[in-house]
Write a protein that binds this ligand. Structure first.
Ligand code: DNO
Length: 348
């Protein structure tokens, strides 16, 4: 039985726990301690406080998105061991407090990237979009662009970091990822935490930086770096799905029990390396959401799923991609598809 979850950004999130609990079929919250900088150990009392708040609202806290990976680890810098040790301490504390899955990514410097956050769609809603030609003209060292999931570096820090990356190739990134995983997954095997890497979004290089978690060839390679089941995936349909060569239902069938967390959203491919974030419903975009849910059912997926970025609808304002209304519609739609697939199979 898949478990429906919803991302919550903590006390500053205008989408409150009380609202989230009223979405039918909601099992739990996916959350993080966003004020703790990457690389620092999470204080246990903060983890407990977060968990208590979520549980007081009648929801579970079993998935963390994310425990961010310090850039020194991705670069393979001499101080990486300290940051890996810190990461492992945080994982132990999370496991002790009931967390089962930890989502993270290995994207150099920048997390997800779009060229526009408030693109008006014909129905009046606003969506996140990516147009490669525009993205290529953007330069975070010059212009004041900052996306919600990016760290807040000042220009000097960013410049220094990008300089360090100049000599980091894709192969280096693979080696650094393996080095990280070999230490971290050992701890996960011991404390029973499932690591779930998030694919690169979009799944191609941006600002000249290497990106490797992008397609089936590389996901195969990733899973073989450390063969433990705890070295697994966040299968994000919207991130991988913007490359038409990535067939999401096929990937679900291929990776099965290595998928611990599913980000389910639709996207509409509008050209070569161009896409809009559509409503979740299949006919609104390029992905067949029914086939995605059916594949999850067929592989016996019993992990966590969440609706992903939503459009801004009904005049809502808030954190880009993370309003209440469209994500709530998404959750309900995904639950509806799932119920239909389950019933369809039990009648046979
Ligand atoms: C976007 C999210 C990502 C994700 C991180 C995981 O909305 O899916 O920012 O949380 O990449 O570390």
């Amino acid at each position: 039985m898949m478990k429906m979850t919803f991302r919550w950004y903590g006390d500053h999130d205008p989408v409150t726990l009380d609202k989230i609990r009223q979405i039918p079929g909601m099992y739990g919250i996916v959350s993080s301690l966003h004020d703790i900088p990457a690389g620092e150990v999470w204080p246990e009392e903060r983890i407990i406080e977060h968990k208590n708040k979520i549980e007081a609202a009648g929801l579970t806290f079993e998935v963390v998105e994310s425990v961010p990976v310090h850039e020194s680890i991705k670069i393979g810098a001499p101080d990486r061991d300290q940051y890996i040790d810190n990461y492992c301490t945080t994982l132990r504390r999370l496991a002790k407090n009931g967390v089962k899955v930890v989502c993270y990514n290995f994207m150099p410097v920048f997390d997800w990237m779009r060229s526009e956050l408030n693109h008006k769609l014909p129905d009046g809603s606003e969506a996140l979009i990516y147009v490669d030609e525009i993205a290529k003209t953007m330069n975070p060292l010059v212009a004041d662009i900052s996306l919600p999931a990016w760290e807040n570096y000042d220009k000097d820090e960013l410049k220094a970091l990008l300089t360090k990356y100049q000599s980091v190739t894709e192969e280096d990134l693979w080696n650094n990822l393996k080095y990280f995983l070999e230490k971290v997954i050992k701890v996960c095997d011991e404390v029973k935490i499932k690591m779930a890497i998030h694919p690169d979004d979009p799944p191609w290089s941006i600002f000249g930086l290497p990106r490797i978690i992008v397609d089936e060839t590389n996901l195969d390679r990733f899973l073989n770096l450390v063969p433990s089941v705890n070295n697994g995936l966040t299968l994000c349909s919207g991130s991988l799905g913007v490359n038409p060569k990535n067939n999401i239902p096929e990937m679900i069938r291929r990776y099965g029990d290595r998928i611990h967390f599913m980000h389910a959203r639709n996207i509409k491919i509008t050209g070569e390396r161009c896409f809009e974030e559509a409503a979740h419903k299949s006919e609104c975009g390029s992905l067949d959401m029914y086939e995605i849910i059916r594949a999850l059912y067929d592989v016996g997926f019993d992990g966590y799923i969440r609706p992903d970025h939503g459009r801004m609808i009904w005049g809502e304002t808030g954190q880009a991609g993370y309003g209440l209304f469209d994500r709530a519609l998404g959750a309900t739609y995904l639950n509806g598809l799932y119920e239909a697939v389950v019933k369809n199979n039990s009648e046979k």
